[in-house]
Design a protein around this ligand. Structure first.
Ligand code: FES
Length: 141
């Protein structure tokens, strides 16, 4: 699988965006519009806020598509305790926090960590993962 991760840095902190994990919840766009602007290219401007503001916002990403690392330090992801947590998002996916093994119907296996968004509406084109389609099809549940 090609690495689709994109990185944006202000010299102090680097924001990492995993496009295929993003569920387009828009928490980042609504929470810190000076940095996250889906209408701009590139859509992330790491100079649009302080490092502390960026870190605080990235930690709120519900899918784990946004992570960060401090430049010169090892990549930082939200610390996951050994206990797995499953969260049903109203009108959206199921989020699984922690290290899990996905066994696909074709026999392939995939390890996931951090946060994995699983489709609950049945309309994702990237099953079993949520691709944000639930927002377009008006899924309620
Ligand atoms: S729940 Fe997000 S695409 Fe189905």
């Amino acid at each position: 699988m090609a690495d689709k991760n994109k990185e944006y840095s202000n010299g102090e902190v680097t924001i990492v965006w995993q496009q295929e994990v993003c569920i387009h919840a828009a928490n980042c766009v609504n929470g810190l519009p000076g940095v996250f602007n889906s209408k701009a290219r590139p859509w992330i401007n790491a100079d649009g806020a302080t490092t502390d503001e960026i870190v605080a916002q990235v930690k709120k990403c519900p899918s784990g598509a946004l992570t960060y690392y401090m430049n010169g330090a090892q990549a930082t992801a939200p610390k996951i305790e050994s206990e797995s947590i499953v969260e049903v998002v109203p009108n959206g996916p199921v989020l699984v926090y922690g290290n899990i093994l996905i066994k696909h119907s074709d026999g392939q296996e995939e390890h996931k960590n951090k946060v994995t968004a699983l489709c609950r509406c049945g309309a994702s084109t990237n099953k079993p993962y949520c691709d944000g389609t639930h927002k377009k099809n008006g899924f309620e549940g």
